[in-house]
Design a protein around this ligand. Structure first.
Ligand SMILES: [Zn+2]
Length: 299
């Protein structure tokens, strides 16, 4: 599940390798992945990549001539860079962009020659699992910010999250509010668990019940948690970008294990198709929360 830190490290590594590279061809073998028709993908041919960046959980590839590829990885997508072409039996690729890297002097990462000697690199949007949900749009740069998926995004959760008082001032559980991309962009199920644990706040406390001091603690926890994740990825992740990112989670998916802070057993709350994990001692004043009632609350 790529969220802000996973998408950010992806964008950084791709930016480093692809800035200045020239696109040779682009195709979308996943029938459902490409959500736009005009301009066609062939409009990218021969153009230079100006940079790769992140907005919320989206990756944006800026291309010369005022074009941009907007990519959403959804729950099981990866944007990976290989020095060889995908094999004929590849079923995971939704988008293939072949590029010729810029000339580099003195070697280093992405210094040109691909494994097959062609010097070509292949950027692949791959998706794992049965669902085809990851998507791509090719947009005129001027239309990028107006695209509905970006236009509705709230302020970025990192590096400078907004003051949360007003944003969270709703009778909604914090776990739901933090995952609402219109409120604050970049946080999903995994990092919401980690942030609320870091802030020692119940996932089910209502935003409108937060004291000023608690809102400040939550904001600090957002910055610290996401920054730590990024530091970890800077050390642990490199191109082509692995299928499975080594997510440094301490609470999410650790229900049944001891809390890393106080050793109380972390508890789960099942909601729809996922599990929220929390520490009863650190976050809910010792109360073990009942699944069913909370599921209704989260809707
Ligand atoms: Zn604890």
């Amino acid at each position: 599940m790529p969220e802000l830190p996973e998408v950010e490290i992806t964008a950084r590594l791709l930016d480093d390798a692809l800035r200045g590279a020239t696109i040779e061809s682009a195709l979308a073998p996943g029938i459902n992945a490409l959500k736009t028709f005009e301009p066609p993908l062939s409009a990218l041919e021969g153009r230079q990549i100006e940079g790769v960046r992140r907005r919320g959980k989206h990756v944006i590839v800026d291309v010369e001539g005022d074009l941009a590829l907007l990519v959403h990885l959804m729950s099981a997508g990866r944007l990976q860079l290989y020095d060889r072409r995908a094999g004929p039996r590849d079923r995971t690729s939704r988008l293939l962009v072949r590029v010729r890297p810029r000339e580099r002097r003195g070697g280093g990462r992405g210094d040109g020659a691909g494994a097959d000697g062609s010097g070509e690199l292949e950027l692949r949007l791959r998706e794992f699992g049965s669902k085809q949900a990851a998507w791509v749009k090719l947009l005129p740069g001027a239309g990028l910010e107006a695209d509905e998926s970006l236009a509705r995004l709230g302020p970025e959760a990192w590096p400078e999250p907004p003051a949360l008082g007003e944003l969270l001032d709703a009778p909604r559980p914090l776990h739901a509010a933090l995952r609402d991309q219109r409120v604050i962009a970049g946080i999903g199920r995994s990092w919401a668990d980690e942030i609320l644990w870091e802030a020692r706040l119940s996932p089910f406390k209502r935003g409108s019940d937060l004291q000023e001091e608690e809102a400040e603690r939550l904001r600090a926890a957002i910055v610290a948690t996401l920054a730590r994740a990024l530091e970890h990825y800077e050390q642990a992740v490199s191109l082509p970008i692995p299928d499975k990112l080594p997510m440094p989670l301490r609470v999410h998916r650790h229900e049944g294990e001891p809390c890393p802070r106080c050793a109380t057993t972390l508890r789960p709350v099942h909601f729809e198709d996922y599990v929220i994990a929390y520490c009863p001692s650190c976050q809910t004043e010792g109360r073990v929360l009942k699944d069913r009632r909370l599921s209704r609350l989260l809707r």
